[in-house]
Design a protein around this ligand. Sequence first.
Ligand SMILES: [Zn+2]
Length: 328
Amino acid sequence: MSLRLANPRNAAAGTLKMQDSAIVAKRKLEAFLYFLYGEDLPFKTHWESLQAVKSWGFRVNDAARQCKDLEEVKDFINKWEHERHNLNFEIDGIVIKVNSYQHQRNLGFTAKSPRWAIAYKYKAETASTTLLDIEYQVGRTGAITPVAKLQPVALAGTTVRNASLHNADQIEKIGLRIGDTVFVEKGGEIIPKIVGVDLARRPENTAPVQYATHCPECGTDLVRNEGEAKHFCPNEDGCPPQIKGKIEHFAARKAMDIEGLGSETVELLYNNGLIKSIADIYDLTKEQVVQLDRMADKSAQNLIDGIASSKQIPFERVMFALGHTLCW
Ligand SMILES: [Zn+2]
């Protein structure tokens, strides 16, 4: 089975960090080798070393080429400007390296990088589409994130429906109006961003976007602290995503480590009115839990057992678990 992941770099990094090597093996990670490190290597050039690496059975990118001069380098860049879309992995640019090890040694390094290698980044792809609406999402800390709802448009191999807008300042800076034709750009990020407005196509009778004044989840007046970019919903104890966020943080592995109390279960328990605060977790009974949809007898028992054993967690971890909810 082949999966197209929204962010392969995160998926690969996350997989490598996993404790269970059996799961890591199942993910079938693959890698190209781009460089051979070692002292007194029996090669004179980078190219030779890559051929050796290949002969030892490692994967080396077949697209790599030796170029004789800058003209050939430019041709290579231009060729992949278009052909990169036919690769079955994503690239955002190419790296040009000096081939001779002797020349590499002569050139040396700056404080940050080698003088014999440089990255050429392709321009991020853009598309234009219509801004249909702006929705406001409430994070687990109460931070409000505006999200642009777009007329679906094809961009860099995916269909884009949403774009991130970060905060009120950014919306003002771009001067957005609902109905505007906007330019959307997709770099290495998962969510594309709006980089500009096509003013020539602005519909008549539109007005600049007025930022939300109330929390979309609980209706509380939003606040914005001096010097902060984001608006917040201050209703910490009554705003659903914030309450659920606190409970999830409390139950997380680094905190109380309550087996079986992940985000889906918190959602389920909260939506059914069984937990409204952290304290309610400790009043849950198996009879209550097992009545819920998608809760088999075994998972209900595991949850109750997980809650019971969390009572043994050392005090400093309890403090950490509650840390999210306290202000000091
Ligand atoms: Zn709220």
